[in-house]
Unconditional design. Structure first.
Length: 108
């Protein structure tokens, strides 16, 4: 009986280790996808800001500069909220998949 209990314990330990390694792999993949998405958003935001500065420098009047700035503020807020929602969804899937112990699902 002791051998049977030891065998059951080893089997359970192996199953738990496999689950842990699977979850860690999913977390690593999700963190990589989230980091990539955040880096892409940062680059797009920087490029948009640089383009806006060029437009502001070329503006001929205060009204034109104010319109450029207002458009930039609107675009920036919209992009930020969209990105926030997208990243939030990625985290939600990560936590749900980890909790469920379900099969691998894509994060991008």
């Amino acid at each position: 009986m002791n051998n049977n209990n030891l065998g059951n314990f080893q089997k359970l330990s192996q199953q738990n280790m496999e689950k842990v390694l699977k979850i860690l792999g999913e977390w690593q993949e999700a963190c990589r996808a989230i980091s990539t998405e955040m880096a892409d958003f940062t680059k797009r935001s920087f490029d948009d800001g640089a383009a806006t500065i060029e437009k502001l420098i070329a503006a001929k009047s205060f009204d034109q500069a104010a319109a450029i700035h207002s458009d930039f503020a609107r675009r920036s807020l919209d992009a930020y909220l969209h990105e926030l929602s997208k990243i939030g969804d990625m985290y939600a899937r990560l936590f749900k998949n980890s909790y469920d112990g379900s099969a691998h699902r894509g994060y991008s």
